[in-house]
Design a protein around this ligand. Structure first.
Ligand SMILES: Cc1cc2nc3c(=O)[nH]c(=O)nc-3n(C[C@H](O)[C@H](O)[C@H](O)COP(=O)(O)OP(=O)(O)OC[C@H]3O[C@@H](n4cnc5c(N)ncnc54)[C@H](O)[C@@H]3O)c2cc1C
Length: 148
């Protein structure tokens, strides 16, 4: 893990005050990590937490650590156990080169008739909009195969 990771922050209670207790905010932070291949996640989490708090405190010119009342952490181990995604990967196979988009797992299996796949780990990709598109592609494939 890099010591200065890109950090995505979303504070939904800014729009929906009931997302946090009165007088508080819910800060959701996200940092990209690889899938779970047995890394020492507790060590990675401790280091990342320190780096993220230091980064935000520096950006805001305020020590945010004493303001934390409650925190909960999702890592690839917990994502895997809660959702059964393989190795806790949100977006399926790692896509780090320019051909990766063309090599994603397809929505069907040639060797097994009538077996289809949709969701974040297959074509076209992860994220809610593309997962919905994935479902649409599969529904169209099924309609076509039923009408054959
Ligand atoms: C912290 C976080 C933040 C994110 N933020 C965004 C965002 O801002 N915008 C965005 O577009 N995307 C975001 N994503 C990504 C998006 O949530 C995923 O790409 C998407 O939810 C994947 O959809 P899915 O249907 O493939 O899988 P999931 O949403 O994981 O759904 C799979 C479901 O199947 C259930 N399941 C698994 N195994 C079984 C079984 N054997 N029997 C019955 N049920 C089972 C699981 O419990 C789960 O409910 C985020 C993901 C995370 C983790």
């Amino acid at each position: 893990m890099h010591n200065d990771p890109t950090v995505y922050i979303n504070i939904t209670s800014k729009d929906e005050p009931t997302d946090a207790p009165q007088g508080c905010e819910n800060w959701i932070h996200m940092v990209n990590v690889p899938c779970n291949t047995g890394q020492d996640w507790d060590k990675i989490i401790a280091r990342t937490r320190t780096n993220v708090i230091a980064k935000i405190s520096k950006l805001l010119n305020k020590d945010i650590e004493p303001l934390i009342v409650y925190e909960s952490i999702l890592d690839p181990r917990t994502i895997e156990s809660k959702t059964q995604s393989y190795q806790g990967a949100l977006y399926g196979a790692s896509s780090n080169n320019k051909f990766a988009a063309f090599l994603r797992h397809p929505n069907f299996k040639r060797s097994i008739d009538n077996l289809y796949f949709c969701g974040g780990s297959v074509h076209p990709c992860g994220g809610i909009p593309l997962c919905l598109l994935s479902g649409k592609i599969v529904s169209e494939l099924i309609s076509k195969s039923v009408l054959k």
